[in-house]
Design a protein around this ligand. Structure first.
Ligand SMILES: NC(=O)c1ccc[n+]([C@@H]2O[C@H](COP(=O)([O-])OP(=O)(O)OC[C@H]3O[C@@H](n4cnc5c(N)ncnc54)[C@H](OP(=O)(O)O)[C@@H]3O)[C@@H](O)[C@H]2O)c1
Length: 292
């Protein structure tokens, strides 16, 4: 089946490189609008396998200007994120918290457990971590809907779903996911997934947007980045933003964190955007892109 498109708003990206917004400090990051009408920052910090104390790493990221944090029940970073938020002067309303439930878990109870670790009354977004072995997660979706009805989460979505799996989920639940979080870089992405999500107002969040640093030495990428006076990591992040994709680069080091936010003062030309897309070889740091 195909997802009904009427009555669905197209994802509204408020990023406009020529606007004054680009000159604003990172604490006022531009946002994207989700199907619900709520806003999400265009860039967040990934927290999978943070090497140092999470509370220090997240605290330093808050100071640098990060306002969105991506975690999961199985990352072991939720307690540290909760502590860093508690210690920070940034108000909760200015923070965007993303967490995930495992596809094998009771979604409602797992959401409550995640919030308990985070020491938060609600999350902004909760995602099903991956499609279950059987079916498309209808039961998990109902659990997340219950959490949403009770105010434990504002928006709900999925990770690593193919177009067909999203269509099946929509067919069974009558509801589109706000977000599909997938591994995404010029080296590994899917133009058809991009079109599908844009057409249906689903925001793509990019995990491993820096290829876990595996491709940052690519010759073509480095040469192009040098032309813009930017690092390869900055070019990868900006590429996502210009596609309307929300990257979640992980960085333990303060220098990397700051560098990854410093991407609002340049624009990749359309020619170079196209060249970057030709690097696509369905590369995955995990071996295989699960959604293609
Ligand atoms: N939904 C899912 O199934 C799923 C799966 C995997 C990941 N994720 C999420 O996506 C996030 C990001 O993915 P990831 O952590 O796998 O990898 P990534 O963000 O692609 O890469 C992280 C690596 O890049 C390095 N790095 C960061 N900024 C850099 C810069 N400016 N220059 C050079 N190197 C730089 C980091 O170094 P340092 O740390 O040393 O600074 C780290 O080694 C995760 O943390 C997690 O939140 C979701």
């Amino acid at each position: 089946m195909s997802v009904s498109r009427h009555a669905l708003q197209r994802t509204q990206y408020t990023l406009d490189s020529s606007s004054e917004r680009d000159k604003l400090p990172s604490a006022t990051l531009p946002s994207v609008t989700l199907l619900s009408g709520r806003s999400m920052p265009v860039l967040g910090l990934g927290t999978y396998e943070l090497k140092h104390h999470t509370v220090d790493t997240v605290g330093q990221a808050l100071e640098a200007g990060y306002r969105m944090f991506d975690t999961s029940g199985d990352y072991h970073t939720q307690r540290g994120i909760g502590d860093a938020l508690r210690d920070s002067e940034v108000p909760r309303e200015a923070i965007y918290l993303v967490t995930k439930i495992e596809e094998t878990e009771d979604a409602f109870e797992a959401t409550r457990a995640n919030l308990s670790e985070l020491k938060q009354p609600y999350a902004d977004l909760v995602l099903i971590h991956r499609p279950p072995a059987r079916g498309v997660g209808e039961t998990q979706w109902q659990g997340l809907r219950r959490a949403k009805r009770l105010g434990l989460v504002n928006d709900i979505g999925v990770c690593n779903y193919s177009i067909e799996q999203i269509e099946e989920l929509v067919y069974r639940t009558g509801e589109l996911p706000a977000v599909n979080q997938v591994e995404w870089s010029p080296f590994g992405h899917s133009p058809s997934m991009l079109d599908f999500c844009h057409d249906n107002g689903i925001v793509i969040q990019a995990w491993s947007p820096l290829t876990r640093a595996q491709r940052l030495n690519d010759n073509k990428l480095c040469a192009m980045a040098a032309r813009y006076g930017k690092s390869p990591a900055q070019l990868l992040i900006r590429w996502n933003l210009q596609l309307g994709v929300v990257p979640l680069p992980k960085a333990n080091h303060a220098q990397h964190q700051r560098e990854n936010l410093n991407i609002f003062d340049f624009e990749i030309s359309q020619t170079d955007m196209s060249k970057l897309r030709t690097l696509n070889e369905h590369y995955s740091a995990m071996g295989k892109l699960p959604y293609v």
